[in-house]
Design a protein around this ligand. Structure first.
Ligand SMILES: N[C@@H](CCC(=O)N[C@@H](CS)C(=O)NCC(=O)O)C(=O)O
Length: 340
């Protein structure tokens, strides 16, 4: 074999192997016709089935936006329930294409477990809930208490750090799901329930007597929560990241579910036109989607602010203020890089 033929054959072989190994997540999702999205087993307002069995919530909306962008239909999602313990195996094994379940972005989840966080859809921190009858007004008074705590979480680790740093002890009551935590806490099996403050607010909102339970003022950690995908497929990570960015950018640019149809006919704002697919630029083609991907993602549940207000905002029983999750233009941290 002469040199040229040999190298030609080598190149062909390498291309073949690379081709076989590179069925992308996007290809798989399209071929399946459904997005496998990992959610929690149930946190009111974030991800839980409604009375008709339809999944609803702030995290569920991220799954639906991605399905709308990729498959053209926000309903083409299979919701796969995961616990704090099972969520990472489900993602690493490919059982789910993405995880959208109040998961904190940490160094070890990134570098050791090998996941890519697509961004932060809720800036949170860990808090404590107690029954007011306990007569405690600060976490510093919790020495010797029993604490319900979900396993496989950052919550467990922060709790240990906080009590150690404050020279206090506690008795953990390990639990698997939020429903179990709620049950145990209400039954008095633990004095305190600790988790992300948003989760505490969501849980308390389902109690028959929310007024008898207090969230203590201390927030003991940073819990930047967001959706994640497995390492190894940057195109897929980009799609999830930019779908999230589209929701935030839409709020900043004033694109809402009410006006998106009208705006997508063309506006005086070139960035809006690029996002909604009415300009010459084809951003979607850069990661294997069409020109209307972002329009569909936004139309699925509205912009970030609409999703927040409808599921967990101040007019819902959960009653969360925007706080750190306000847009950067309103003093918060929600900020999308430019669409260009
Ligand atoms: N953000 C923390 C904690 C997340 C967590 O497990 N939260 C609980 C309490 S809100 C939860 O989602 N439970 C829902 C379930 O058990 O399905 C982490 O990533 O480790």
């Amino acid at each position: 074999m002469n040199k040229t033929v040999f190298f030609g054959a080598m190149t062909a072989a390498v291309t073949l192997v690379a081709g076989a190994a590179s069925a992308t997540v996007l290809d798989e999702v399209k071929a399946r016709g459904e997005l496998n999205c990992g959610v929690s087993t149930g946190v009111n307002g974030f991800s839980a089935p409604d009375s008709a069995g339809e999944w609803q919530g702030f995290d569920v909306a991220v799954c639906r936006a991605v399905a709308a962008a990729v498959l053209g239909d926000p309903k083409k999602v299979k919701f796969v329930t995961t616990t704090g313990q099972t969520r990472f195996t489900a993602l690493a094994s490919g059982e789910i294409d993405m995880l959208a379940r109040n998961t904190t972005w940490t160094l070890s989840r990134d570098a050791d477990l090998k996941f890519t966080f697509a961004g932060v859809n809720y800036y949170d921190g860990q808090g404590f809930m107690i029954n007011k009858a306990m007569g405690v007004s600060s976490a510093k008074e919790l020495d010797g208490s029993t604490v319900c705590i979900q396993t496989g979480t950052t919550t467990e680790l922060n709790l240990a750090d906080y009590f150690k740093a404050n020279n206090m002890t506690y008795e953990p009551v390990p639990i698997e799901t939020n429903a179990e935590a709620q049950q145990q806490y209400l039954a008095g099996a633990c004095d305190v329930y600790t988790t992300d403050a948003s989760g505490l607010a969501a849980t308390r909102a389902t109690f028959a007597d929310p007024e008898n339970h207090a969230l203590l003022p201390e927030i003991i950690s940073k819990e930047p929560l967001g959706p994640l995908v497995a390492h190894g497929d940057d195109q897929w990570a980009d799609i999830v990241r930019w779908t999230m960015n589209a929701l935030v950018a839409a709020e900043e640019l004033g694109i809402t579910s009410a006006n998106i149809e009208e705006l997508s006919k063309g506006t005086a704002n070139p960035e809006v036109d690029r996002m909604l697919g009415s300009s010459e630029d084809d951003l979607g083609a850069m990661f294997g989607l069409d020109k209307q991907w972002a329009k569909r993602a936004i139309a699925a549940n509205g912009n970030y602010g609409e999703i927040f207000a409808a599921n967990i905002g101040e007019s819902t029983p959960i009653g969360l203020a925007r706080g750190l999750n306000a847009l950067w233009t309103q003093g918060g941290l929600q900020y999308s890089p430019p669409f260009r």
